[in-house]
Write a new protein. Structure first.
Length: 94
């Protein structure tokens, strides 16, 4: 497990631990993806199936994707790897 440090506008750093297993975190209008090796595309869907975001050629080991999601709603994150494999996660925007 490692650490990931992100600078903020007010010169304070946010530090995140990078877990060994894949994890998706949504915080401050940024979707963070941890623990996945490789390049792929990321799709974000509302719970009723509407696509609300799409990102291509994402380095999934250190992904920080800016996206505005409605607070307290549930979303499905679909990651399609370059080798064709698919990983799916569910998150709650907070």
């Amino acid at each position: 497990m490692g650490a990931w440090v992100l600078p903020t506008k007010n010169n304070q750093n946010l530090t995140f631990e990078i877990p060994d297993k894949p994890q998706i975190v949504y915080q401050n209008n940024v979707l963070f993806i941890y623990g996945i090796d490789g390049i792929g595309s990321v799709e974000v869907f509302s719970l009723i199936g509407n696509k609300v975001g799409h990102f291509n050629n994402v380095n999934l080991r250190e992904a920080a994707l800016e996206i505005s999601l409605v607070k307290n709603n549930l979303y499905i994150i679909r990651i399609v790897m370059d080798d064709g494999s698919v990983k799916t996660f569910k998150i709650r925007a907070s």
